[in-house]
Design a protein around this ligand. Structure first.
Ligand code: NAP
Length: 458
């Protein structure tokens, strides 16, 4: 895959980039290693000052950067701006909290281990490689970079090949904010070059956000050289609506949860499991609202759903929908690609789904909702848990017993009650099953790439 900006709203190649050659990759890995040593002599307070400066830069340049994200991957301008501003929030969160999160953890009663003093200390581990996707080209990277740099690690970014300008924006952001040169650099390389970087002795760990095949490959390479990996992979999150729910709010949120980022979010609600008592009312509201979404130029402020980011991404979505329709699914809204230039796909709602349809178990990375009528909460839970994914989930109910049932029973890294899944710097984020392992954000996220050193004193 060539490294290029291709406008998904038109299909036109805007700019192509020469990949870094082996010598440049070597230079950047060495710079990251050198910067790691330089960071060792800095304090949390110093790093926090640089981190806040990075947040200021991001905010000051928000409009320009948002336009770049829209150009490269097609999200609406308003959503692009929201993403950029969320990055500033993430940077400040770790500037404010890293030192307290990583404070020494003393053993209250050291005599239990025959010591006068015993504690655990968090120390950085070195250079960490981040392999990142295009769907949130800034936020996905920032949620790795902010904790990494505050912890004293340094980062190398292998970004998705279709967002090189976002990658290059991030390439010098932290240096501009004051971090040592090389503390965070982009490698303009293809996915085939990732193996050698993971295996490089100076690179200590890898984090990947992306598809399951990419995750399997990266984690097995890391395992082969005994390096830690964190994987944030795909999802097919359930959105469960029970009879006690506020149906108007549930339907409106369901539309946002399925169409945000043009339907290309790992934590998007993808399967809507609705109790039979409220199914007809919900289905009507939901299908009408999905059909009414304004699809078009993502730079137009009136647009609610832009194009899919890549041509192959749109073909993947179309194949899943076509397969379901061919096997008997009913189309309540949309159902096909939009004619004309660009990679647009109609916001779609499918129902009458059967287990032989690919869409039942596979992830749909586009504005396509699978709608199920369920007889009771047991059936809702069975369908919620039937995929191999386990990223997040949402449950709409005001019944405390139903809430407990789903919070306990859903196999996922998160459950949102009467709301949609959103990532917050303050909350841990990550999945189980084939959605990956490890956590990002909050205290858990910064602790993933640390050496927890035990200190015992006689
Ligand atoms: P992808 O193809 O896996 O790409 C993600 C990144 O991995 C890109 O930088 C890509 O580089 C690289 N890559 C691909 N194959 C690789 C390999 N074999 N070895 C090393 N690197 C490799 O994913 P995508 O289709 O662009 O993104 C969509 C997927 O990401 C969805 O499944 C979505 O759910 C998931 N996602 C998960 C989260 C989460 O937090 N759990 C967040 C966002 C997205 P190239 O671009 O050069 O191929």
């Amino acid at each position: 895959m060539s490294i290029a900006t291709i406008n998904p709203a038109t299909g036109e190649t805007v700019k192509e980039f020469e990949p870094h050659d082996a010598a440049e990759v070597e230079r950047r890995i060495q710079a990251a290693d050198d910067a790691y040593r330089a960071l060792a002599s800095t304090t949390f307070a110093q790093r926090a000052e640089w981190m806040r400066k990075a947040a200021d830069i991001v905010e000051a340049e928000a409009d320009e950067t948002a336009a770049l994200l829209t150009l490269e991957m097609g999200k609406t301008l308003a959503q692009a701006k929201a993403e950029v501003l969320k990055c500033a929030k993430g940077l400040r969160f770790y500037a404010d909290n890293a030192e307290a999160i990583l404070a020494d953890e003393p053993l209250e009663d050291p005599s239990k281990v025959n010591a006068s003093k015993a504690y655990a200390r968090y120390q950085p581990i070195g250079v960490v490689l981040a392999v990142m996707p295009w769907n949130y080209p800034l936020w996905q990277v920032i949620r790795f970079a902010a904790p990494a740099l505050m912890a004293g690690n340094t980062g190398l970014l292998k970004h998705a090949s279709n967002v090189p300008q976002a990658a290059l924006y991030l390439d010098d952001l932290f240096e501009r904010a004051g971090f040592p040169a090389g503390a965070f650099h982009t490698l303009l390389i293809g996915s085939r070059e990732v193996k050698a970087v993971i295996e490089d002795r100076r690179v200590r760990a890898v984090t990947l956000t992306g598809s399951e095949p990419a995750g399997r490959s990266v984690a097995s390479i890391a395992g082969g050289v005994v390096k830690k990996a964190v994987l944030e992979l795909g999802g097919s999150d359930p959105f469960i609506v029970m009879p006690s729910a506020d149906l108007d709010a549930a339907a409106a949120t369901a539309v946002t949860a399925r169409s945000i980022n043009n339907g290309q979010s790992c934590i998007a609600a993808k399967r809507f499991l609705v109790h039979a008592d409220v199914y007809d009312a919900f289905a009507k509201l939901f299908a009408e609202k999905m059909a009414a979404l304004k699809v078009g130029d993502p730079a137009d402020p009136a647009t609610e759903v832009g194009p899919l980011a890549t041509e192959s991404g749109r073909s993947d979505v179309a194949e899943l929908v076509d397969d379901a329709i061919a096997k008997g699914a009913t189309v309540l809204a949309g159902g096909k690609a939009v004619d004309g230039p660009g990679w647009f796909y109609e916001p779609t709602v499918l129902t009458d789904l059967t287990d032989d349809m690919r869409i039942v178990l596979e992830e749909t990375f586009g504005p396509v909702a699978s709608l199920y009528k369920v007889a009771d909460r047991d059936e809702a839970l069975r369908i919620a848990n039937q995929t191999t994914f386990g990223l997040s989930s949402a449950v709409w109910t005001t019944d405390p017993d139903d809430e407990r049932f789903f919070v306990d029973g859903i196999e996922a890294g998160a459950v949102f009650v009467n709301g949609m899944t959103i990532s917050y710097p303050e909350l841990p984020f990550g999945g189980i099953k084939d959605s990956g392992f490890g956590r990002e954000l909050a205290a858990a996220g910064i602790k993933e790439f640390m050496n927890l050193k035990t200190v015992w004193k006689a």
